[in-house]
Structure formats: structure tokens, C-alpha cells
Design a binder for this molecule. Structure first.
Ligand code: KG4
Ligand code: ZN
Length: 338
């Protein structure tokens, strides 16, 4: 089954053709990151405009790269939630236009479910059930993936997402948006013990995260050093921040795996590109005899191939949408609308 998938939830306009949920026939991503960088974050109105400008050529290129015409497809898929509403609407309306023109089934896909499904492409034998840690710019969730379309969230962030904390802490250390990858590189050169940082907990909720306090600790340390005219070691601070994030994520994830009885662990989302987190989880899982699955770096960030992968399984579960499909800015991963 060949699915043309479209993703436009944030600042990447992407299209891909994916076969049977596991094989990428083509994948095209037009990133707007350079343009948003000068504003220190994604400007929603600019994102929507760029999606409008890019969506046609990105989709045409994905079809051409796959050597596939519209009449050779079996279905269309689109990210409909969650994300920036104006950005999502571009993809949703374009996909509805394609549906009207072709008569193909249209499969609505939740963005976070897509991030998880990136692992189905990378690991052809991976099947639910498994325990998944989703860490992206907007989400930090520990999720029981009971089946391809059956999710149960057991922990979530109460404030900033992990990627958001990386971006905001990185900004005060002088890195441009999005700061995650640069922080990761700096952390590898630093000593994590120079600056003691907190590992905030959420009282009574062992699987919930709070990254905001950690971010604020970095911001305060940077401002204090500046006021006192002291030099701050960027690499040591980045290393301390990364060590705290890794401690928080791996501690809760391993505890959840034990309590809920999972030996198959999956990492997903933009922050799964983080070298420190990847090696820490590899070590922790190996020590317990758990199998760890991670997406390759090419599938960690936003892309449409992951949407095409999840769409295949949504379709098997009978999920399709009509021309009344609307975009939804926020929607829990375990409460699909369909
Ligand atoms: O999943 P994603 O591409 O977009 C959302 O759905 O939010 O995640 C983007 C986030 C950004 O916050 C970015 O800084 C972070 O992922 N990120 C990283 C790394 N690469 C990207 N964070 C830490 N280490 C990295 N290597
Ligand atoms: Zn994403």
C-alpha cells in the first residue's frame, strides 16, 4: 500500500511516499529553521506563509522521487494535530484538495504517533507492545504503546518539554535557535560536575517531568555570573544541563519499564537525536537486558515519512477522514479524534 504523507505542523514542510508503513520510497523536507532563527523561535505567521509557498513543490518532488503518479497511490495522509494551527491547516487543506481531486482515502495522523512510528521504518521487526519515551520540542511523554493505534500516557511534562528546555537554556548560553544540537555538542566537551543543577520532581507523580526549574537554574547561573563579572564555562554548563536531563529521563523511563513490565524500550522525537541521551539509554537498557530502539538521526526530527508509517496502521484500524477534517492545535496522543 503506497501512501503519500504530508506534514506541516511546525517549521518543516514535508512530504513522503511510504509503502506498507515500513519502506520510504521518497522523503522531502523543506526546513524554515534559518528564517525563524533570527527571531529566536518559530514565528507562526511566517511558518504558515512558508508552508503555503513550499507545499506544492515539496509534494511534487516527493512523488517524482518515488517515481509515482497520484493515480498510483493507495491513500493520502496528513498530520492534523497537534501543532501550530495555521501551519497544520496548510497541510490539512492541501491534503483535502488532493483527496477531492483523486478520490483517494485520506488518513489523519497525530504528530506524536508519527514520531513513534519513525521507529517502524528504522526497525522493520519492531511491533507493539512497547514503552516509548517521546522527547520533542513540544512534548515529553512516557507512553505505553499497547498496539499501533492504542496508546496510554503514563507520564508527561508539567511545564516545558525537553526540547523547549534545551532551546531556552541554550539561548542564554549563546546558542541560536534551535539550540538542542549545539548544546549536545558543547556538552560532549564539558565537565558535568562543575555546576550542580537540580533534578526537579513532581510530588506524587513519579512519571511526570518538570524541565522548567532546570532551565531556570541554568538561566540564573548565567545571569549571576554575568552580574558578578565571572566567566561561565559554556561547555561545563551544557554538560551539567545534559547530565540532569539524561538522569531525569532515564531514571523515570527505567522505573516505568520495571513497574509496567516492559522490556522493549523505544525513543522518539527531535531530542532523540541527542548523543548523551542515546548513549545513556543504551547503557541503562543493556544493563537490564532491555532492547532499545531509536530512530536514525535522519528520522528524529519532523518529517513526513513517519506520518506515512503511522498512517498505514491507522488505515488498518479503519481510520479515515472526510472533507470536514479540521486541524487541531492540541490533542492528547491517546485520544485520537477518529
Ligand atoms: O520533534 P521535533 O523535530 O519537533 C517537534 O515536534 O517539536 O523536535 C525539535 C526539538 C528542538 O527543541 C531541538 O532543539 C531538539 O528537538 N533537538 C535536540 C537535538 N536535536 C534536536 N535536543 C537535544 N539534542 C539534540 N541533539
Ligand atoms: Zn515533531
Amino acid at each position: 500500500m503506497k501512501i503519500l504523507a504530508i506534514e506541516s505542523s511546525c517549521d518543516e514542510t514535508a512530504a513522503a511516499v511510504v509503502e506498507d508503513g515500513r519502506t520510504i520510497l521518497s522523503t522531502v523536507i523543506a526546513s524554515q529553521v534559518e528564517e525563524h532563527r533570527k527571531f529566536g523561535g518559530v514565528v507562526p505567521e511566517i511558518a504558515s506563509r512558508r508552508h503555503c509557498e513550499n507545499i506544492v513543490w515539496v509534494t511534487e518532488r516527493a512523488l517524482a522521487d518515488a517515481g509515482c503518479r497520484l493515480d498510483q497511490l493507495d491513500a493520502l495522509a496528513v498530520t492534523y494535530a497537534p501543532g501550530l494551527i495555521g501551519a497544520l491547516l496548510v497541510g490539512v487543506n492541501y491534503a483535502k484538495g488532493l483527496q477531492m481531486a483523486t478520490g483517494l482515502p485520506l488518513i489523519p495522523v497525530h504528530h506524536i504517533r508519527g514520531h513513534i512510528a519513525a521507529n517502524y521504518i528504522a526497525h522493520p521487526k519492531l511491533e507493539p507492545p512497547f514503552l516509548c519515551m517521546v522527547v520533542s520540542g513540544g512534548h515529553s511523554h512516557i507512553i505505553e504503546v499497547k498496539d499501533y493505534t492504542d496508546f496510554h500516557v503514563i507520564g508527561r511534562t508539567r511545564d516545558d518539554a525537553a526540547g523547549e528546555a534545551y532551546d531556552k537554556a541554550g539561548r542564554v548560553l549563546g546558542f541560536s535557535y534551535p539550540a538542542g544540537a549545539e548544546m549536545d555538542k558543547a556538552a560532549a566537551l564539558g565537565n558535568p560536575s562543575v555546576y550542580p543543577l537540580p533534578r526537579p520532581k513532581v510530588e506524587g507523580h513519579p512519571y511526570d517531568f518538570s524541565f522548567s526549574g532546570l532551565k531556570t537554574a541554568v538561566i540564573n547561573a548565567a545571569h549571576n555570573a554575568q552580574q558578578k563579572g565571572q566567566a561561565l564555562s559554556i561547555c561545563d554548563m551544557a554538560a551539567a544541563f545534559q547530565a540532569a536531563v539524561c538522569d531525569m529521563i532515564s531514571g523515570k523511563l527505567m522505573q516505568a519499564a520495571e513497574e509496567f513490565g516492559y522490556r522493549k524500550i523505544v525513543l522518539a522525537g527531535g531530542v532523540s537525536a541527542n548523543a548523551g541521551l542515546r548513549s545513556r539509554l543504551t547503557e541503562e537498557c543493556a544493563g537490564r537486558g532491555y532492547t532499545l530502539y531509536m530512530p536514525p538521526l535522519s528520522l528524529c526530527g519532523d518529517n513526513a515519512a513517519m506520518i506515512g508509517a503511522q498512517a498505514y496502521y491507522e488505515y488498518q484500524a479503519g481510520v479515515t477522514a472526510g472533507l470536514d477534517l479540521n486541524a487541531v492545535a492540541s490533542m492528547p496522543v491517546d485520544q485520537g479524534q477518529f
